[in-house]
Design a protein around this ligand. Structure first.
Ligand SMILES: [Ca+2]
Length: 331
């Protein structure tokens, strides 16, 4: 943590220096480029050439003879996922847990690790590391995962769905070869379509998932129970063009039910984050500890329709901040 603060301070310092360095007509203060005697004291090293990112982190180290502006870039050769660290110091020692700064996540793949310096292009160093498994420590570290539909997490439907006489209903795992979730692999499809093809409707059906164990795990890890500190994050794929007016209802059940209606008025994947306190209460409850179920309802809104469809993936609870903000941490 101290290291992160230090890196943050160094970044700020470098930003000021970079701004100062933009004036080409005058030299103000010290140059950001290292001196002529600058050398790489310890070349870039990785903690392994093959790392199981389900059980391990990747450590990256290098040392220099003086403070220098450096950039360390990790690129997934298959996924295209990216993580960048920048700093100004005379050494670096980074533990990477596999998180990405992009919407695309790292998978089991080779990654390029590239260390470069602003003023010294010829000193760029590159290593390739094989991730023998898709990184998963990030999920545990960043929040409590309900499910990614790829074998991690927990998802048990306790009740419901809809009227199969009136509606053609689908609730299934879908392994997507094209247009896959940013989180990858399999995702969960919910769709409903009126069978007579003409009678528009408000609602196709709903069901609940028992999340008592995840709520316990989340509270044990974060200590958070206030609804305003709890964030529900998930990737949702919208089909605005194919199924306009799709509405997804989400609800938390404790000793009452709180609802959130989301109009899925976009095409493609998007990460949606909703604070638990933004769920409206039918019967008030204020302690997240009491929550036992997460429900989903598939309906229409703001107008009735003939067909609704969403695909969801990577439902994760986070404390204090949305997942996207936490994901940017300097791990
Ligand atoms: Ca998935």
């Amino acid at each position: 943590m101290i290291k992160n603060i230090k890196i943050g301070f160094l970044l700020l310092t470098s930003a000021v220096l970079v701004i100062a360095g933009c004036d080409k007509h005058e030299t103000m203060g010290n140059s950001i480029c290292p001196s002529g005697t600058f050398k790489v004291r310890t070349p870039l090293t990785t903690s392994g050439t093959t790392v199981n990112m389900q059980t391990n982190k990747l450590n990256l180290k290098a040392g220099f003879t003086e403070d220098v502006d450096w950039k360390l870039k990790i690129t997934g050769k298959t996924s295209g996922a990216l993580k960048t660290y920048i700093g100004r110091s005379d050494s670096l020692n980074i533990d990477w847990y596999g998180n990405a700064e992009t919407d695309v996540f790292f998978v089991a793949e080779d990654v390029d690790v590239e260390l470069s310096f602003d003023c010294l292009k010829d000193l760029t160093a590159k290593k390739t590391v094989t991730l023998s498994n898709k990184p998963t420590m990030q999920a545990a570290d960043f929040g409590t995962l309900f499910n990614n539909f790829d074998g991690q997490g927990f998802y048990s439907i306790t009740a419901g769905w809809g009227d199969a006489v009136k509606y053609e209903l689908r609730l299934l795992d879908t392994a997507m070869t094209t247009g896959a979730s940013p989180q990858g692999g399999t995702a969960k499809l919910y769709s409903g379509k009126v069978r007579d093809g003409v009678t528009k409707t408000w609602y196709y059906g709903g069901f609940s998932v028992n999340i008592a164990a995840q709520v316990d795990a989340f509270i044990a890890a974060s200590g958070v129970t206030k609804l305003e500190d709890v964030y529900l994050n998930m990737y949702i794929k919208g089909f605005k063009t194919e199924c306009p007016n799709t509405q997804l209802n989400m609800n938390f059940t404790a000793n009452g039910v709180k609802n959130y209606n989301l109009n899925v008025d976009w095409d493609g994947w998007k990460m949606v984050t909703i604070k638990a306190s933004e769920f409206l209460n039918l019967i008030a409850f204020n302690d997240f500890n009491d929550v036992t179920e997460l429900g989903f309802g598939l309906g229409a809104g703001p107008e009735q329709n003939l067909q609704s469809k969403v695909i969801i993936d990577f439902m994760i609870l986070t404390a204090y901040k949305p997942y996207k903000e936490i994901q940017k941490r300097n791990y």
